[in-house]
Write a protein that binds this ligand. Structure first.
Ligand SMILES: [Cu+2]
Length: 119
């Protein structure tokens, strides 16, 4: 019984060492990409930032409503700019040369559509 506890204690330390090295490894390897979107307003900003934040491999995402540029810090081992553009398209926004997915774009609130009258 005592011996088992000793072994499991060592295993716990080993597991923590592996886990922390994985975490540090991921923190080092990040890239930044700026993607031009068709975002219109603050709602678009929240939608895009909120969605990208949960995207696999994304460390952080910020959208500038003025320039419509989404700046994404990501782990290149887990995602790519192409993948991020696809995600934006699926959300209903243009992303650089990738046009917005038509069905998703149709579901956006009127004020968030790129061809909506200025408000
Ligand atoms: Cu909007």
């Amino acid at each position: 019984m005592k011996r088992n506890m000793k072994i499991s204690g060592w295993m716990l330390i080993m597991a923590m060492a592996i886990f922390s090295s994985v975490c540090f490894g991921q923190q080092k390897k990040t890239d930044t990409v700026a993607i031009k979107t068709s975002a219109v307003c603050g709602m678009c900003k929240d939608r895009i930032e909120g969605c990208l934040a949960f995207e696999k491999g994304v460390k952080s995402a910020t959208l500038d409503v003025e320039t419509k540029v989404a700046t994404v810090i990501y782990n290149p081992a887990r995602t790519s700019p192409e993948q991020l553009r696809k995600t934006l398209s699926k959300l209903g926004y243009d992303a650089d040369t990738v046009p917005a997915n038509k069905a998703s774009y149709a579901k956006l609130p009127a004020c968030c559509k790129k061809d909506a009258p200025k408000h």
